[in-house]
Design a protein around this ligand. Structure first.
Ligand SMILES: O=C(O)C(=O)C[C@]1(C(=O)O)C=C[C@@H](O)C=C1
Length: 254
């Protein structure tokens, strides 16, 4: 585990995030998937269709062993007596007492309450299950990336244990945030994801050159507005990753 390898991981995860939001943008908003039907209120199904879809999908993937690797954390943890996949002895580089840190609740809420209406066009085509399936992929990709802040923080702690230890003992969140921040790196990340949205989301035809999205071409030629992907990282993904890093560090000496 080194700063280079964790950054390589975050870079590769960008592809998954961009592809998954391009897929979600195929469908209109499909609002009924996110509302709790009145006839469910108070019952054990008191949740939106999208939530029920994620719960059941995660239950299947938990049984299949998906969360045996600590890199991924389910939104709805689910206990199973045994798992179906061949066993594998995952080692973890995380500090055990801090490994639980995650921001899945915040990710869930931002995705449904703030991001989705910026991504999907208004409308309802009834494809609720396909829509929820693509939401699930977006949520998994975002969760994996943001909660990977635990690994980034572990690397940073090991690289400078003395300074981090002092700040952790003082529970100085602001100073921890400052010490782990690299504004130049954040800038690289945001510009790169915007470019990925242009490259992965361009319209490809069999003849003529590949359209490269320069800043003059209209945004309508991209499947997802590249500036929305920039905003996703600028306002949510990077700040939440940093919050995960701080929370992890606060438990790093427990
Ligand atoms: O690459 C790092 O050093 C990270 O901590 C990750 C990250 C990010 O979310 O991309 C977060 C904080 C830093 O300011 C820079 C980048």
């Amino acid at each position: 585990l080194s700063l280079d390898t964790v950054r390589d991981f975050l870079t590769r995860e960008e592809d998954t995030i961009v592809f998954s939001i391009i897929e979600r943008a195929k469908y209109p908003l499909n609002l009924p998937a996110y509302e709790v039907p009145a006839y469910f209120a108070g019952s054990r199904h008191d949740a939106s269709f999208a939530e029920l879809f994620v719960r059941d999908s995660e239950a299947v993937q938990t049984k299949a062993g998906r969360y045996q690797n600590q890199e991924e954390i389910p939104f709805f943890p689910f206990r199973v007596p045994f798992i179906l996949s061949p066993s594998y002895n995952f080692t973890s580089d995380l500090y055990p007492a801090a490994a639980f840190v995650n921001l899945n609740d915040e990710i869930w809420s931002i995705y449904f309450n703030q991001f989705l209406s910026l991504l999907a066009k208004n409308g309802d085509d009834g494809n609720y299950a396909a829509t929820a399936a693509s939401d699930f992929l977006c949520l998994q990709a975002l969760s994996k990336r943001i909660n990977y802040g635990r690994y980034v923080a572990e690397v940073k702690f090991r690289g400078d244990p003395q300074n981090y230890t002092t700040l952790i003992r003082n529970k100085d969140k602001d100073a921890l945030m400052k010490l782990l921040t690299s504004e130049s790196q954040e800038d690289v990340v945001k510009r790169r994801v915007q470019k990925k949205a242009m490259v992965f989301g361009q319209n490809v035809t069999s003849n003529g050159p590949v359209e490269t999205g320069d800043s003059n071409s209209s945004q309508a030629s991209f499947k997802v507005d590249p500036s929305l992907v920039y905003k996703l990282y600028d306002q949510w993904v990077i700040p939440l990753t940093k919050q995960v890093e701080v929370e992890y560090l606060l438990h790093r000496l427990d």
